[in-house]
Design a protein around this ligand. Structure first.
Ligand SMILES: [Zn+2]
Length: 473
């Protein structure tokens, strides 16, 4: 692992054998440390839990070759002319334009004049939340929640978003969808799910005054907890469902957030937090891995985030919509401060200049997913306005997001050996961000799932009827 956090943790692990425990910041337990127990030759699941799997081929039969395009590989290198070779569900080679060293029988697609790049990742989604006009009887209904997610997954995938980190959804729905997408029984992005938000009684998402509004939009997605033991139990409940990470929200006491973070890290799960004010400081001290939203935080907290390599997913775009559509953020008893669009953008710049690693997430609640792909592009445009180059914004959306998800060994760049989540764009998005809207092809897990901007589902392959027993073969 190249992540400085992991190196620091490993270095301390060795050192601590000799000098014992200290207050060193790197002493904190990390979810990634679980990786040391997996033999490098053992195949593991394609998610941060790295569950060992039986060896054997995965992905579709055959090979796909994307020839004649310019490759923006997500590593930070400039785009170059090259050919991408995909075998089953893996990228196996990036060839110079003159080479044709691909397997015989490969499906060769001419992508001349187009850009090939890694699939985008959205680190902040809620696949199941209801919309403002959702009928009350559907809001808390698992079957309606599943259908809402199915509709949303189409928007994400057709926008080139091949992975989503779902940071609160109803019940088992995100886990069932994840499994069906993995099995290729339905078409959608990869789902990395947190399960429910864990919050204090009456905390964010479960506020008293806001209760009717919150329960309408996110029923079943909030787990109120009280006391360190219950916070620990709430983490285990999400783990039991299959969580890929844990999402906490204020409010909490120091010992509650410490208990939850310690338990999650022991289970190999990263923790992200949706909090504000001193709660962020407490969460960062407790060892969370990332902080959502551009919510107010002090200079001291920002310094500590940078020092402890705590990431931030600023999600500027939903707050732009909140201010533009509602005029502000009102009536929440858990957001006990006021803020503005300008203050949020200033927070983004402060985080960036402090050296905090920033990921890309859109938090498209209500009906804002209907603004895709522009909603995602708007978030990236904020990154550019805040000092990123256009290519650097795309690296944040791909490689950095994979690092924050703890799946950068499998996703995020076009590198031989990684999973084949690949986009072909009718344009040069590394030059003009707006070109990201011109999706020609989306390949997820080695399968072409979007052609000419729309989801493509191959015809089903019928299974022959069984022959009566004793019939001639
Ligand atoms: Zn959210």
């Amino acid at each position: 692992m190249s992540h400085p956090k992991y190196l620091a943790a490993s270095a301390f692990f060795c050192l601590s054998l000799f000098v014992g425990c200290s207050e060193d910041l790197s002493a904190q337990e990390r979810a990634q440390e679980r990786r040391q127990w997996i033999d490098a030759a053992t195949p593991v699941s394609d998610d941060p839990r790295r569950v060992p799997r039986e060896p054997g081929p995965s992905g579709p039969d055959g090979s796909v070759v994307l020839r004649g395009g310019r490759v923006f590989d997500g590593t930070g290198a400039p785009a170059r002319d090259a050919t991408v070779v995909i075998e089953r569900n893996r990228i196996t080679a990036i060839l110079p334009p003159s080479s044709s060293q691909w397997p015989t029988g490969a499906q060769v697609i001419d992508v001349s004049g187009k850009t090939i790049m890694p699939g985008l990742i959205d680190l902040h989604t809620h696949l199941t939340y209801s919309e403002p006009d959702t009928p009350a009887e559907e809001a808390g209904d698992d079957s309606a929640a599943t259908l809402r997610a199915m509709e949303r997954m189409r928007y994400y995938l057709e926008s080139g978003i091949t992975s989503v980190r779902d940071v609160a959804s109803m019940g088992f729905v995100p886990f069932r969808l994840k499994s069906w997408v993995q099995q290729n029984r339905i078409v959608g992005p990869r789902i990395f799910a947190a399960g429910q938000i864990i919050t204090g009684t009456g905390g964010h998402g479960a506020e008293g005054l806001w209760r009717a509004r919150c329960e309408h939009s996110s029923p079943g997605a909030i787990r109120e907890a009280s006391g360190p033991d219950d916070w620990r139990e709430a983490v285990r409940e999400q783990f039991k469902r299959g969580a890929d990470l844990i999402k906490l929200a204020s409010h909490y006491s120091r010992d509650e957030v410490q208990a939850a973070v310690k338990e999650a890290h022991a289970l190999g799960l990263k923790v992200t937090v949706d909090a504000e004010t001193f709660y962020i400081q407490w969460a960062v001290e407790a060892g969370v891995d990332s902080v959502e939203h551009p919510l107010p935080r002090t200079a001291e907290t920002i310094r500590l985030m940078a020092r402890k390599h705590v990431d931030s997913v600023p999600t500027l775009v939903p707050y732009i919509y909140i201010f533009d559509l509602d005029g502000g953020y009102f009536d929440s008893t858990s957001r006990r401060f006021s803020f503005s669009k300008d203050a949020n953008f200033a927070m983004f710049r402060r985080l960036k200049s402090a050296g905090v690693r920033l990921g890309v997430g859109t938090d498209l609640v209500a009906n804002w997913f209907r603004y895709l792909p522009q909603a995602y592009i708007t978030e990236l445009q904020q990154f550019v306005a805040g000092g990123y180059s256009v290519p650097a914004a795309l690296v944040a959306a791909t490689r950095t997001n994979a690092e924050i998800l703890d799946v950068d060994d499998k996703l995020g760049t076009l590198t031989p050996g990684k999973l084949a989540d690949v986009l072909v764009i009718n344009g040069q998005p590394d030059v003009r961000l707006e070109d990201l809207a011109k999706i020609a092809l989306v390949i997820r897990d080695g399968r072409i799932v979007v052609t000419d901007g729309r989801i493509t589902i191959p015809p089903h392959v019928p299974v022959p009827e069984p022959k009566p027993k004793g019939a001639a073969q």
